[in-house]
Design a protein around this ligand. Structure first.
Ligand code: PGA
Length: 250
């Protein structure tokens, strides 16, 4: 099955509105090949400006988190409807920084996944093991738990409703990338878990991204792997030249 590659840029807590607009425009100017999909996830404050800047380019706008409720007393949260209002179509959920700095657990992340889907946003569910878990040979166990709990009660009608991102925590922002073999091995494992959860066409069609120090130098090798369907990029997504090179992986 052909899975359309997705290159996603997670801008994290970077860029003012003006900086975000400038970055978005520069990425658009460099062009997007039409055999791949591109998403950028700016800070909430810049989302509307970025949506305007990328309009007509095919670039999708994503959020870095989302609440499961449309509105109400949820101080500090952002609703799926508010995000859509600002042009957002996807949401990165369960990112390791949300899990490990802000204490989000699988139950909470599962509510966010369900909420995103209910309102028509595509969740990009992030899973990943910490260094000590890898060293203790618990990688598969940790990933299975995060995936099962994160997707508990989540039914899908098609493969384009959800994206999974494998991001080994020890590779995020550290300059250490998983080796191609490490990444490919995990992606095959994640695909097998998805086959247990969803019917064949959906499990085969879901995209599994790799994230963790992806850059313009390692992207071609990573994307050359059969089971790596895209990249979730942090640091290298903040520079239009490097992000455009990543988008144009060979
Ligand atoms: P990085 O971040 O590319 O800077 O390692 C990836 C991520 O956190 O999604």
């Amino acid at each position: 099955m052909q899975r359309k590659p997705l290159i996603a840029g997670n801008w994290k807590m970077h860029t003012t509105i003006a900086e975000a607009e400038k970055l978005a425009r520069a990425i658009c100017e460099n062009g997007i090949p039409n055999d791949r999909e591109v998403m950028v996830a700016p800070p909430f404050t810049a989302m509307k400006a970025v949506s305007g800047a990328v309009a007509g380019s095919g670039i999708l706008v994503g959020a870095q988190n989302v609440c499961w409720e449309e509105k109400g007393a949820f101080t500090g949260e952002i609703s799926p409807v508010m995000l859509q209002d600002a042009g957002c179509v996807m949401a990165i959920l369960g990112h390791s920084e949300r899990r490990h700095i802000f204490g989000e657990n699988d139950t909470l992340i599962n509510k966010r996944v369900a909420g995103a889907l209910k309102f028509g946003l595509v969740p990009v569910l992030c899973i990943g093991e910490k260094l000590e878990e890898r060293e203790a040979e618990r990688t598969f166990q940790v990933l299975e738990e995060q995936l099962r709990k994160g997707l508990e009660g989540i039914s899908l009608k098609s493969a384009d409703e959800l994206v999974v991102a494998y991001e080994p925590v020890w590779a995020i922002g550290t300059g250490k990338t998983a080796t191609i073999d490490q990444a490919q091995e995990v992606h095959v494992f994640v695909r097998s878990l998805l086959r247990n959860l969803y019917e064949k066409n959906i499990a085969t069609g879901l995209r599994i991204l790799y994230g963790g120090s992806v850059n313009s130098k390692n992207v071609d090798d990573l994307m050359g792997q059969e089971d790596i369907d895209g990249a979730l990029v942090g640091g290298a997504a903040l520079d239009s030249t490097s992000f455009s090179r990543i988008i144009n992986f060979k």
